[in-house]
Ligand binder design. Structure first.
Ligand code: UD1
Length: 420
């Protein structure tokens, strides 16, 4: 297992190219299951999670290759001869559940291992199952697997989410494209990654209205065809680098990103004291003065993303004043707190909130990453801390960040990756 050794205190200057979004690439890749032929996906980041999704697709009989010259992913879903997603793959990535909807739509059957617990909470898939039930799927649990069958195909229906679920919305969307009749998803999640999926599905011949809203209407069609689609820029990667420059200082230009997808984090970062200039597909950010603490409450999009909560908490540790960070999406997403405290942070947890007292003098320590975004938070703390920070279990970062250490090193950070 690799670890990162970060020498703190080096400001970041230069430009970083933002990669395609992990959370958009995964549903787009799963959507290829819906139609035979060769799909072309552009801007797919090469991450541990996207590799896991390729292994899943392979296990269904789908073939793929990366086209070097323009870094496209060619996925040929003509052959589909298996509908079981094994525990071995699903346990390494919860988002594997995204294959459930498309498998049911194309094959009328699916057997997908239940993901089990994960570091940031129970994260059940009951919404996915209830929604698919509304589309006429008969679901059973068998030896840790969800088995779905829709003899005679799926049937459109009304699906109402208790709380908006991102992958739940994506699963129902994909399933409904090939269902008979009309499906209406109410209280749908509105994350930009869902808009990306809607565009791809409509490009495949689906009939979906309501893109970007919490009400999606899907008119089922008889068949879909292969298509070409582009993964949107990763807003969480973008936000992570914005917060990194805030923490350690300097001036960065983030290119190939979409500033419109970061309205809430950009507002917060301005209030904290950063200078931010938005272009069409780039953001210039500079820290020239001190940092002021702000309160943060995570919310579904367009609110402040839970996937940036851990990173902004690292920043609040060194800002002036008190910050109350409230996590409303996941019940157990403060695993980074204990590690930040080992680096000198002053944080107290009170139910769903973390109360962060600012102006801590962070110092390097040996810390352990517990999940993907918690790891990013420790990297940010390490960049700002005095001395060396050793972060073990780097595989969490590899799941979702494209060459994080390399990108940071090219703008002035000093990070080494070694085998433990
Ligand atoms: C997606 C993102 C993840 C992000 C999260 C919230 C992907 C691959 N992952 O995860 O990075 O942190 O959105 O923005 O896109 N819930 C249930 N039952 C369900 C489904 C969800 O109770 O069947 C609850 C969850 O526990 C959570 C809330 O609903 O409290 C929202 O979760 P959801 O939007 O489904 O998260 P994911 O789609 O798993």
């Amino acid at each position: 297992m690799d670890k990162l050794i970060i020498e703190g205190g080096h400001p970041l200057n230069g430009s970083i190219r933002i990669s395609g979004a992990k959370n958009a690439a995964l549903p787009l890749m799963a959507a290829t299951i819906l139609a035979p032929g060769q799909h072309v996906l552009h801007n797919v980041p090469d991450l541990r999670d996207t590799r896991t999704m390729l292994l899943l697709l392979e296990s269904f009989g789908i073939t793929w290759q990366r086209r070097k010259k323009d870094n496209a992913l060619l996925i040929d879903a003509t052959n589909l001869d298996n509908f079981e997603a094994s525990y071995d793959l699903v346990k390494t990535m919860r988002a594997s559940v995204l294959v459930l909807g498309p498998l049911l739509a194309r094959m009328g059957a699916a057997r997908v291992s239940l993901p089990g617990g994960c570091a940031i909470g129970a994260r059940p898939i009951d919404f996915h199952m209830q929604g698919l039930g509304r589309l006429g799927v008969e679901l059973n649990l068998d030896q840790g697997y969800v088995e779905g069958r829709a003899e005679g195909g799926l049937q459109g229906g009304d699906v109402v989410f208790d709380i908006p679920s991102v992958t739940g919305t994506e699963n129902i969307l994909m399933a409904a494209t090939l269902a008979r009749g009309v499906t209406v998803i109410k209280n749908a999640a509105r994350e930009p990654e869902i808009g990306n999926l809607v565009d791809m599905l409509n490009g495949m011949g689906a009939k979906i209205e309501g893109r970007g809203s919490d009400r999606l209407v899907i008119r089922g069609v008889d068949e879909l065809h292969a298509t070409e689609a582009r993964v949107i820029p990763d807003r969480i990667e973008t936000g992570t680098y914005l917060i990194a420059v805030a923490a350690v200082g300097g001036e960065l230009t983030l290119t190939h990103c979409n500033p419109d997808h970061l309205a809430s984090p950009l507002d917060k970062l301005r209030a904290i004291g950063l200078e931010i200039e938005k272009g069409d597909d780039q953001i210039k950010v500079a820290r020239n003065g001190g940092l002021k603490s702000v309160d943060i409450k995570t919310m579904p999009y367009p609110g402040f993303p839970t996937d940036l909560q851990a990173q902004i908490m690292a920043l609040m540790c060194i800002s002036r004043g008190l910050s109350v960070i409230t996590e409303t999406i996941f019940e157990n997403r403060f695993m980074h707190v204990a590690e930040l405290k080992r680096m000198g942070a002053d944080i107290k947890i009170d139910a769903k909130s973390a109360i962060v007292k600012g102006e801590a003098e962070l110092s390097g320590a040996q810390v352990m990453a517990t999940d993907l975004r918690a790891s990013a938070s420790l990297v940010i703390a390490g960049l700002a801390a005095a001395g060396e920070t050793h972060i073990s279990r780097v595989y969490h970062l590899d799941r979702g960040y494209d060459d994080l250490a390399g990108k940071l090193n090219r703008v002035g950070a000093v990070i080494r990756r070694i085998e433990e």
